[in-house]
Design a protein around this ligand. Structure first.
Ligand SMILES: NC(=O)c1ccc[n+]([C@@H]2O[C@H](COP(=O)([O-])OP(=O)(O)OC[C@H]3O[C@@H](n4cnc5c(N)ncnc54)[C@H](OP(=O)(O)O)[C@@H]3O)[C@@H](O)[C@H]2O)c1
Length: 482
């Protein structure tokens, strides 16, 4: 039995999902604990609402009878079969999002972990126009494909997917995607911070953003709003990539070593140094720009491209962004291993370790590239690992701990943001301000248009290809006519 439409209707105590099946029979799933008393009343209301939404006559709604299984109280979701005399008109009309009528939506979903091309599928469902008081209806404008999203689908990330039946998929499913820029379509009566036409960003990962539309509960806390009067200078793709990578770079540059203070104390006006690998990543590019804005100097390690010309072009691009020095992993291994060589004019401008210690390293990659970066640190330096793109363990020689007194940390923005959500929101807003004024540029994008007609295979392929080879930019779904 295929589920063509699934329409959620919420009350304070429970949610009813009503499905239009085979064009004419409606089944319901009730989540929560409706009381015996109001169960049938609410289901009748649901049916009538569906009929209104679908602009279709609902036959004998008032004489709706429910099978005996409906009468049983349910602590968990229970499947309820409504009397088959309920019929909706069989017209394949599609209503777009709006305060009137229901919204047809599509989402990438998965019901088990694995390679994205194998486990992702597209699910179509409908969203009711009746919004609970704290809920907003959103239309997605852009949503990036971050490595963490792929790792979550693969089942190798720090949080495991939570599968649910809320979208009416044949098996409980999850929607991937952690970042997005949404347009607010409609708001519930209690929502205070958002209005139709504003943009909204997830305040924390976990919403599941690879979908055309969605309802978000507790909208005032779950979303960071951008008032429609303050959209100038922002694009959906830029806003959609503002909530994780730039904020991660921001906190890593400020939270472990006080480089700004160090620069001031040095008194030479040259700025303290930091070093990072994966410098061409979203986080790396953000660190370059923020470092430059804060008067810091950066040594940026990248993977060499296929040709010297392509490598030179990448180096020039990062220098343009604000990188002080850009070297390839091979160049760093050749020259960086000896502290004297690292401090040569070419890399650290001939400055001595005492004059300009290198106290912070950001590690996106792991394996040998991480070790060669750690070897460059001055005594007492700190390495912050935030990614593992090489999928190789970080092996640390004992001497680094004993003789150089290096400290190795991990950083996970999700955890940091959970501990201090107000600071997370402030960081996002500060990044948006920098974007508006042109002081912070989003990384290059490899946009994947998503329209109502885009075939599922195109979306699956776009996700699957994201971590392969050198890319011209971050994969970003940009939603057109949905
Ligand atoms: N801990 C946190 O809170 C946090 C937050 C955000 C991101 N991250 C992590 O940071 C990493 C980068 O994320 P992003 O969104 O910034 O990435 P991104 O923009 O999608 O770029 C991926 C980067 O990884 C590099 N890369 C891919 N495979 C590699 C390999 N085998 N060896 C070395 N480099 C490789 C690419 O290098 P090329 O430029 O040479 O192609 C590219 O620069 C990911 O591991 C992500 O999970 C962590």
């Amino acid at each position: 039995m295929s589920c063509l439409n699934c329409i959620p209707l919420h009350s304070e105590r429970f949610t009813i999902f009503a499905s239009l099946i085979h064009h004419d029979v409606i089944s319901c799933i009730v989540f929560g604990r409706p009381s015996q008393h109001n169960r049938q009343t609410h289901i009748r209301t649901t049916m009538a609402s569906i009929a209104r939404s679908a602009r279709a006559p609902l036959r004998s709604a008032s004489s709706l009878t429910l099978s005996s299984s409906l009468a049983r109280p349910s602590a968990r979701a229970s499947r309820l079969q409504v009397h088959p005399t309920l019929q909706l008109a069989q017209q394949p009309v599609r209503f777009k999002s709006g305060p009137y009528g229901y919204t047809q939506a599509k989402a990438l979903v998965y019901s088990k972990t694995g390679e994205p091309a194998d486990v992702l599928s597209v699910h179509t469902h409908s969203i009711s126009p009746s919004l609970p008081p704290n809920t907003v209806l959103l239309r997605t404008l852009a949503s990036p494909i971050n490595p963490a999203d792929i790792n979550t689908v693969q089942g190798t990330y720090g949080v495991k997917p939570e599968y649910s039946s809320l979208l009416g998929t044949p098996e409980p499913s999850a929607v991937p995607g952690s970042e997005a820029c949404f347009e607010v379509v409609n708001v519930g009566s209690n929502v205070k911070t958002l209005k139709p036409g504003d943009w909204a960003l997830p305040a924390a990962p976990g919403l599941g953003t690879w979908r055309t539309h969605m309802l978000v509960d507790d909208a005032d806390t779950a979303l960071v709003g951008i008032a429609k009067e303050k959209l100038e200078g922002l694009t959906p793709a830029a806003a959609a990539t503002s909530t994780v990578n730039p904020c991660t770079a921001w906190q890593m540059l400020r939270g472990f070593v006080d480089l700004v203070e160090l620069s001031v104390r040095a008194g030479n006006g040259k700025g303290a140094w930091f070093i990072q690998n994966g410098a061409n990543s979203g986080v790396g590019r953000a660190a370059i720009q923020l470092g430059k804005l804060w008067g810091l100097r950066s040594i940026n390690v990248v993977r060499a491209r296929d040709t010297p010309e392509a490598t030179a072009a990448l180096k020039a691009e990062l220098a343009e962004l604000g990188a002080t020095v850009v070297v390839t992993e091979d160049e760093l291994q050749e020259r960086g291993f000896s502290s004297g060589k690292l401090r040569s004019a070419e890399i650290m401008q001939g400055e001595s370790d005492k004059e300009s210690p290198l106290l912070l390293a950001l590690n996106c990659v792991g394996g040998r590239p991480a070790l060669s970066v750690a070897k460059c640190l001055s005594e007492g330096g700190r390495m912050v690992t935030y990614g593992a793109m090489a999928k190789q363990p970080l092996t640390i020689p004992a001497g680094m701990l004993i003789f150089k007194d290096l400290t190795f940390h991990g950083f996970w923005f999700s955890r940091w943001g959970k501990v201090d959500p107000a600071a997370r929101k402030q960081t996002v807003e500060a990044v948006l301000d920098l974007m508006r004024t042109g002081k912070f540029k989003p990384g290059p994008a490899d946009t994947i248009p998503w329209t109502w007609e885009t075939p599922a295979e195109t979306l699956q392929k776009a996700v699957g290809g994201t971590l392969e080879g050198f890319r011209s930019g971050k994969g970003i779904f940009v939603f057109k006519d949905t």
